[in-house]
Design a protein around this ligand. Structure first.
Ligand code: PLP
Length: 403
C-alpha cells in the first residue's frame, strides 16, 4: 500500500475490516435471534451500505435526515429492512415525512405519542390495505441505571431528557393505556461490554417488566461494543436468549453504531510544518476540532503511525515522550486548543511525512464541520490493497454551509 497515493487529508475505510465487523454482528443475530440495526448517528458511510445490508436488519435514525439516508441507501420495507426512528421530540412536518418510510417510530413521551397517534393509525390502515407491514410504535424509557462515563454521554443523569422515567411511565399508562404501543426502547450504554447490559437489564425488568409482557419487541439501544476484541459475545447471546425466553419469545433489537465502524479504517494527514516552542510542534492538515472532535470532547488520544516521505518506513507512536523524538500534533485551525496529542518516535518526523490516525471511521465523518474553513477530508476505501477515492470536498461545501 503506497500511502502517498492517498490524497491528504482522507478518511479511508478498509472494506475487509468492515466486513469482519459485520460478520461478528451477524453471528450475534444468528446465535441469539436478535435483530441488529445500524445506528447512522455513529456510522453513515453510505457508500458501504451495499455491503452492510447483506448482514444487518436495517438502520436506526434520530430524525428525518438519517431516516431518509437509511431508506435511500440501505433500504426499507420493500426489501424487508427496518427503518427505526427515535427523536427526543418530533415536529409535525417530521412525522409527515417519516410516515412513508419508517417501520418503527419511537417516542420520548406519552404526549408526543398521543399527538401523532391518529396520523400513524391512518397510515397503518393504508399499509394494511396494501398488504404491507404496519408502522410499529415504541416508547423510550429511562431505567434509571447507566454505567456510562463521562456524564455528557450518560442518558440517566439527573434531569436527563432522554427516556420516560418509571414513575412518569406509570402515570402515562394510567392516563392513556398502552393500546397501540408495540415496543419499549432503552439506550443507556456507550462502548460497553455485555456485563453492563446484564446489570442494566435487572433494572429495566424491575421497572418495566410488567409492561414488557404486553409488547411485541424491546430495543436494547446502542453502545454495545460487540466487535471489540475483548467483547463477551457468548454472554451477550445468552442474555438475549434468556430475555426472550423470559418474555414469551419477544423480539429483541440492538442498534449499535460504533461497533459497526469500529477499527475499520483511518484518517491520513500530512505534516505541513514543524515549529518550536519549548517542544517540537507538528502542524498537520487534520484537525482535532474539525475532524476528530471526540479527541477533545471524550477526550481520548488516538493511536498514530508515521510514514516517512523519503524511506516510506512506517513507525508506530511509542507513547508520550517514550521515544527519542517527541512532537505535539496540532491542527490547522486558529483554535489554540486544536491539539491532537503528544507523540514520540525513534526517528525524526519530517515535513511532508504522512501521519495515520487509527480507528477514525465512526463518530468522525458524521461530526465533521467546516469550522474555520478547514477543508473536509476526502473519503476513500481500500478493497483488497486497492485504494479508491469515493468523494472529495471543495470550497463550495464550505460556502454553501454558510449561506
Ligand atoms: C447513539 C445511539 C445509538 C448508537 O450508539 P453507539 O454507541 O454508536 O453504539 C443507538 N441508539 C440510540 C437511541 C442512540 O442515541
Amino acid at each position: 500500500m503506497d500511502y502517498f497515493k492517498i490524497p491528504s487529508p482522507c478518511y479511508v475505510l478498509e472494506k475487509e475490516l468492515l466486513e469482519h465487523n459485520l460478520e461478528i454482528l451477524d453471528s450475534v443475530q444468528k446465535a441469539s435471534g436478535a435483530k441488529i440495526l445500524l445506528a447512522l448517528k455513529g456510522f453513515a458511510f453510505w457508500r458501504s451500505f451495499e455491503l452492510a445490508r447483506k448482514y444487518l436488519s436495517g438502520t436506526t435514525a434520530s430524525g428525518i435526515n438519517e431516516a431518509m439516508l437509511g431508506f435511500e441507501e440501505f433500504g426499507g420495507r420493500e426489501i424487508d429492512k427496518d427503518i427505526c426512528v427515535f427523536s427526543p421530540a418530533y415536529k409535525e412536518e417530521e412525522i409527515d415525512a417519516l410516515l412513508p418510510i419508517a417501520t418503527h417510530i419511537i417516542f420520548n413521551s406519552f404526549y408526543q405519542w398521543q399527538k401523532f397517534k391518529a396520523k400513524i393509525a391512518d397510515k397503518n390502515l393504508q399499509l394494511e390495505k396494501l398488504g404491507l407491514k404496519k408502522i410499529e410504535v415504541g416508547l423510550r424509557v429511562n431505567p434509571l441505571y447507566s454505567e456510562v462515563q463521562p456524564e455528557i454521554y450518560n442518558p440517566c443523569i439527573k434531569g436527563s431528557r432522554l427516556g420516560i422515567t418509571p414513575s412518569e411511565f406509570k402515570n402515562g399508562v394510567e392516563m392513556y393505556g398502552l393500546d397501540g404501543i408495540d415496543g419499549i426502547h432503552f439506550h443507556t450504554h456507550c462502548e460497553q461490554n455485555a456485563d453492563a447490559l446484564k446489570r442494566t437489564l435487572e433494572h429495566f425488568i424491575q421497572h418495566f417488566g410488567d409492561f414488557v409482557t404486553q409488547m411485541q419487541w424491546v430495543n436494547f439501544g446502542g453502545g454495545h461494543h460487540i466487535t471489540r476484541k475483548d467483547y463477551n459475545l457468548g454472554l451477550l447471546n445468552s442474555i438475549i436468549i434468556d430475555f426472550k425466553s423470559q418474555f414469551n419469545d419477544i423480539e429483541v433489537f440492538l442498534e449499535p453504531g460504533e461497533a459497526v465502524g469500529w477499527e475499520c479504517g483511518f484518517l491520513i494527514g500530512e505534516v505541513i510544518d514543524i515549529v518550536y516552542n519549548g517542544m517540537f510542534i507538528a502542524i498537520l492538515d487534520v484537525s482535532a476540532s474539525a475532524h476528530m472532535p471526540d479527541c477533545l470532547e471524550m477526550p481520548y488520544r488516538p493511536r498514530v503511525r508515521k510514514i516517512s516521505q523519503h524511506t516510506k518506513e512506517i513507525q508506530c507512536d511509542l507513547g508520550e515522550n517514550a521515544g527519542k523524538y517527541s512532537y505535539r500534533f496540532g491542527g490547522p485551525t486558529c483554535l489554540a486548543g486544536d491539539v491532537i496529542g503528544d507523540y514520540s518516535f525513534d526517528t525524526p518526523l519530517q515535513i511532508g511525512d504522512r501521519v495515520i490516525f487509527e480507528d477514525m471511521i465512526h463518530y468522525t465523518i458524521v461530526k465533521n464541520t467546516t469550522f474555520n474553513g478547514i477543508p473536509l477530508p476526502s473519503l476513500g476505501m481500500i478493497d483488497k490493497e486497492d485504494f479508491k477515492v469515493l468523494k472529495t470536498f471543495n470550497y463550495l461545501d464550505y460556502k454553501n454551509r454558510n449561506g
